[in-house]
Design a protein around this ligand. Structure first.
Ligand code: TXA
Ligand code: MG
Length: 310
């Protein structure tokens, strides 16, 4: 059952309570509805991917109530200050180098060393984020491969029964996803065109934006920049060969185990942290088989990319 909440005090409070307990709540923003979860809770973030049926892990946008919270998660810069002052709260997402001690689940950044951050303007979103108090991960609230939801009805049509609640504050006023600007690159780069016109951003910066290549605009984070370990990765291993470290799953144990009980939500939440930890040991990595259903498909997609010849 998916609860339908109103944007009044009781509804806002309920949404924040569900987020605190690791639940999934679709919340309106000025751009599109977002499928929100506690960004520091790996299992909650894993459930976002399960609910959307995403066959791969793309990094997610971190939503914050106030601009000053952003420094906690991303490395701040003069350019970030200029754009945040001009356009936050609003339909702009900034990709920043990840700050030390950020505390975010590595599933939010998909293991990258950058993070996408946005401070939405819509009052209902601001209220939920303020009541919750922490960072909220939220991709658009549509099943994978379908168009973004701009009303609570769209959300329910696509995700009804799969999420804990939707906060209905009517149609989204902008109706287009946020514009994404990369500030983790040598020059400010347009990663996705969206609800904030590029001309406005260039006027604020006083210089033209670098344009990422077409593929990256469709799916930034998914292609060239995706996380891959340095070490060689061998899949479907039942045990480690001499000299290898082993990433286990379920009964096939290893130096680290994605989920000793074979729980795919737990496995997804651990995936990037465990890969990073094993990669730091500077040995080839053997990986136990992971079942190819539910979240296992997204886990295997990432493992296959990690194992692909480079
Ligand atoms: O308006 C919006 O941006 C909506 C609302 C809910 O905030 N959210 C949204 O999220 O559109 P999503 O997950 O559908 O799209 C987020 C995009 C993805 O293309 C992802 O690859 C990119 O942001 N992204 C996130 N983190 C990134 C990073 N560190 N580097 C590059 N791209 C990143
Ligand atoms: Mg989307």
């Amino acid at each position: 059952m998916t609860e339908i909440l109103r944007p009044d005090l009781a509804g806002i409070d309920r949404a924040a309570t569900l987020l605190r307990s690791g639940g999934l709540v679709a919340i309106p923003t000025e751009t599109v509805y977002g499928l929100a979860a506690d960004a520091c809770n790996g299992a909650a973030v894993a459930r976002i991917y399960a609910a959307k049926g995403r066959p791969s892990f793309n990094p997610l946008i971190v939503h914050l109530a106030e601009t000053q919270q952003a420094r906690r998660y991303g490395l701040w810069s003069d350019l970030a200050e200029v754009l945040a002052t001009a356009f936050w709260p609003g339909p702009l997402t900034l990709v920043l180098p990840l700050a030390p001690d950020h505390g975010l689940s590595s599933l939010v950044t998909a293991g990258l060393n950058s993070v996408a951050i946005r401070v939405p303007a819509l009052d209902a979103a601001h209220q939920v984020l303020t009541a919750f108090g922490g960072p909220v991960a939220a991709p658009s609230a549509n099943p994978s491969g379908r168009i973004s939801a701009t009303t609570a009805r769209h959300v329910l049509d696509g995700l009804g029964g799969k999420i804990d609640a939707v906060l209905d504050a009517g149609p989204c006023p902008v109706g287009l996803e946020s514009t994404i600007i990369g500030l983790h690159t040598p020059r400010p780069t347009l990663l996705r065109a969206g609800g904030l016109p590029v001309e406005a951003i260039e006027a604020a910066l006083g210089e033209p934006l670098e344009i990422a290549n077409g593929a990256e605009i469709i799916a930034p984070g998914q292609l060239a920049s995706h996380y891959a370990p340095n070490a060689r990765v061998r899949l479907n291993a039942l045990s480690a060969n001499p000299g290898e470290v082993m990433l286990g799953f379920g009964p096939v144990d290893g130096d680290l185990n994605l989920s000793p009980t074979g729980d795919l939500i737990e496995a997804a939440a651990h995936l990037f942290d465990h890969l990073h930890a094993l990669d730091a040991m500077d040995k080839p990595i053997a990986v136990a088989p992971v079942p190819d259903h539910g979240l296992g498909r997204a886990i295997n997609d990432r493992l296959e990319r990690a194992a692909a010849p480079r």
